[in-house]
Design a protein around this ligand. Sequence first.
Ligand code: 13P
Length: 258
Amino acid sequence: MYSGRGERGLRRRIIAGNWKMNKTVDEAVTLIADLKGLVKDATDVEIVVSPPFTALGAVREALRGSNIELAAQNMHWENEGAFTGEVSPRMLRNLGCMYVILGHSERRTYFGETDEGVNKKVKSALLNGLLPIICVGETLKEREEGKTEEVVTRQTKAALDGIKTNEAERIVIAYEPVWAIGTGRTASADEANRVIRIIRSTVAEVFNSRIADEVRIQYGGSVKPGNARELFGQSDIDGALVGGASLNASDFAAIVKA
Ligand code: 13P
């Protein structure tokens, strides 16, 4: 069982902006132009932006020479074929993506993504050299029924099923309580840290405690400049997956600086 050293050790913080279905190509390029200058001196933190598919190419160009990495918001698990409307891991790698967000609660809720499908995507991402940011988190109903631990443990185990130990350290997990997304309600820093420690214990169970110490786990759900510092002060919170506040360069930069 994971002892929970409560030390950040070698884990480098990672702040990722999930733009969701926002920004045209022109708007995306403008946002990056503003953001680049604001975060250029941030060296001890990894910065990632995740524009919609349509803007990935233009954002990749706009990011050249910057300290910001590119992520996609979703992908199919197959590399090619008759899957109308889908985008493959190989295409994302070719576009210059380093990360891909997988299993976001909006994908699970509105597009029927299952634990099994998320697991297929995680395996395929790793195989194709993409670093997955795996989202887990309970709904309000599940929280009220006392099922938070059960849900995040199930989602984490399912996503990591069959992943080799030597690939595990490339994974990032985002704990995003569904009731905190886009609602202005954040989990308290203590509570977010408590659930993240449960997720870390699950990672230790699936792999080992060394991997659990190394895997970065972000918090997501109404992260703003005003609450970021407290969240990042917690022992096990290694950064944030930011939605709404990542659409504004100065807000996102303020979170990076926190
Ligand atoms: P908000 O920051 O808008 O609550 O969104 C969080 C989120 O879903 C990031 O993936």
